[in-house]
Design a protein around this ligand. Structure first.
Ligand SMILES: CC(C)(COP(=O)(O)OP(=O)(O)OC[C@H]1O[C@@H](n2cnc3c(N)ncnc32)[C@H](O)[C@@H]1OP(=O)(O)O)[C@@H](O)C(=O)NCCC(=O)NCCS
Length: 178
């Protein structure tokens, strides 16, 4: 399926209207409680990853105007601990749209709600794929680039896509299963 779909890409939905990233940008804010903590007492990495995935899914769904699935998440670094009692904010924005997939960037911040102090704790890039009712990949609306920042994000997303698909193809070919 994969090779065939890539050489015969699903055309973008002809009814789809192009949208800027601002039309689908999504922010999730979650108060961190005891149930979000690991055995060391601060917030579990999986809790952060879930919030990242949900925020990316929301931005992807808003952009595509249909269901999306997560095809992959690039490596994710945890720059600072997040503590119970803080607010976890995941801000997601569509960086680039290709045939059926798009890259969504998510910035994670932790906020002390009493002082308002905020820390950037992670950044992640996810590939979301729009799907039809049978779960098959389907085209998404094009992205309208409106600012220099959006242009830079789109260019950098293109580099990341080249690397992640190149790595995937190299591994498949090294295994002789391509
Ligand atoms: C993601 C999925 C729909 C891809 O289906 P597929 O049959 O492999 O389809 P294709 O090979 O045509 O890939 C579709 C798109 O995804 C991209 N893609 C597929 N795997 C990828 C990966 N590991 N990393 C980045 N992009 C990927 C392809 O490049 C293609 O993008 P394009 O159309 O914009 O060029 C399918 O693998 C799937 O349903 N996976 C499970 C998703 C899931 O359960 N997620 C967690 C819960 S939401």
């Amino acid at each position: 399926m994969s090779q065939q779909a890539r050489s015969d890409p699903v055309p973008a939905d002809k009814h789809a209207t192009a949208k800027p990233p601002s039309a689908s940008a999504s922010t999730l804010v979650r108060p961190m409680g005891i149930g979000d903590a690991n055995t060391l007492g601060f917030v579990h990495g999986g809790t952060v990853m879930r919030c990242v995935d949900e925020a990316a899914g929301l931005a992807g769904t808003r952009h595509a105007g249909r269901r999306v699935v997560t095809a992959g998440m690039d490596r994710m670094n945890f720059l600072h601990k997040v503590f119970v009692g803080e607010l976890l904010t995941c801000s997601a924005s569509v960086n680039a749209v290709w045939t059926t997939s798009m890259e969504v960037g998510v910035r994670v911040e932790a906020e002390n709600p009493m002082t308002g102090e905020r820390r950037h704790t992670s950044t992640a890039y996810l590939t979301m794929v729009a799907i039809d009712s049978s779960g098959e990949p389907v085209g998404s609306p094009p992205l309208i680039i409106e600012s220099e920042i959006e242009q830079r994000r789109q260019q950098e997303a293109g580099l990341r896509r080249k690397n992640r698909l190149g790595e995937r193809d190299e591994i498949i070919s090294a295994r002789g299963t391509g």
